[in-house]
Design a protein around this ligand. Structure first.
Ligand code: COA
Length: 147
């Protein structure tokens, strides 16, 4: 059974940040702790579990009253390319719609661009370089609200 929810126990939170660290920070040679930031308190956290195993994580941040941002999207390395990234992004987008946001933005790593394009995001252009090395690209999607 696949479920997207917020981590609850300390063990689940540890696994959540551990996945974030291993997929998004360790390959860049960064130390533990670098996977967390000040937005973790206010952000909305998503964890995708299959039969209680953590497979993917993501965070939704408020930018302003109509714009939100997806951050720290990561899928367990040996399970990438199996649709889990799409699933967690769908859950995040549904929640963003439910909260009344009109637009979802994100800053994608170069190798993640085709993934977000598949999901309907439009490329704006290059944005910042993470740790001065990893070029990111701003993308957006206008959220569709049902009547
Ligand atoms: C990028 C990432 C989140 C995508 O999640 P995923 O589970 O691997 O992707 P999915 O299997 O859900 O792919 C959804 C669609 O995008 C396509 N896709 C995914 N990655 C792709 C790539 N690199 N190139 C081309 N297409 C890609 C898939 O083929 C699939 O298309 P389909 O539905 O037509 O079959 C995941 O691979 C990941 O964690 N990568 C490392 C960390 C990272 O880059 N995070 C994003 C930071 S901005």
């Amino acid at each position: 059974m696949i479920e997207v929810t917020i981590p609850k126990s300390t063990k689940e939170w540890n696994a959540y940040y551990d996945l974030r660290y291993r997929i998004l920070r360790e390959p860049l040679g960064k130390e533990r702790g670098s996977e967390k930031n000040e937005g973790d308190e206010a952000g909305i956290h998503f964890a995708l579990y299959e039969n209680t195993q953590l497979i993917a994580v993501a965070r939704l941040d408020r930018v302003d009253v109509s714009i939100c941002q997806a951050r720290f999207v990561a899928v367990e390395s040996h399970l990438q390319g199996k649709g889990y990234g799409r699933s967690i992004m769908t859950a995040l987008e549904n929640q963003a719609v439910g909260l009344g946001y009109q637009k979802l933005i994100l800053h994608a790593r170069d190798y993640a661009l085709p993934f977000y394009e598949k999901l309907g995001y439009t490329l704006v252009g290059p944005s910042y370089k993470l740790f001065d090395v990893l070029q990111h690209f701003e993308m957006f999607k206008v959220l569709t609200h049902r009547e």
